[in-house]
Design a protein around this ligand. Sequence first.
Ligand code: SAH
Length: 252
Amino acid sequence: MIHFVGAGCGAADLITVRGRRLIEEADVIIYAGSLVNPELLSWKKEDCAVFNSAEMTLEEIIAVMKQAELDRKTTVRLHTGDPSIYGAVREQMDLLDEAGIEYDCCPGVSSLCGAAAALKMEYTLPDVAQSVVITRAAGRTPVPERESIRSFAEHRTTMVLFLSAGLLEKAAAELMSGGYDADTPAAIVYKASWPDEKTVICTVATMAECAREHQIRKTALIIVGDAVAQSGYRRSDLYRPGFATEFRPAKE
Ligand code: SAH
């Protein structure tokens, strides 16, 4: 059995209780060494074999999984944050399907959530933004043209850019040409939940310069949109005294 496990975005105690148990029980762990906190490996069994996927190809990863299956061992594949977001998990699952190997998934705290926590921010404020666009700048991995930052910018809702800290000049130009005003608030969150976490508040126009100033080139999320200012919203109906719900009568 292979368990795909979300390690969380940094701090070791952000992994789920289930994820920790799977690590404690694993015979083989393949972890994404570039971003998974090595502290998580301190919970492994003494004789657990550990592989760093940062140094491996897809084929090598699958070969380790296949050998573990032959040896009737349990494997944990540890991914940073949540495996479903830029995790490159589908290609592994397809090869496991081909080999007839069973697997399941244990979710994790994505840096999407870790960054909001670092900023003490709510992405979805009534009257300000009710949607979150999760995307990336096109780099070595291309992005389909219909999903360009410019085209999403038209919505001017909250946008979270992954994998883009090194491409901010181009991203900012697209954000502005697409619809965000130059002074739209933006935030850069570096290494959310790690001891060296940094948050920088800037604007769409200044974000590239701010990242440079703080020497942030990777492991950062860029959050764009009026919601970053955390003001100008309408309070919720759900907790308004006059609003009756299934669980509470109106209290006015
Ligand atoms: N599956 C991961 C994302 C993997 S892609 C998740 O759910 O978070 C790797 C990118 O995620 C990085 O380039 C960076 O943009 C972002 N990232 C990962 N960990 C981060 C962290 N602790 N703080 C800020 N951004 C992070």
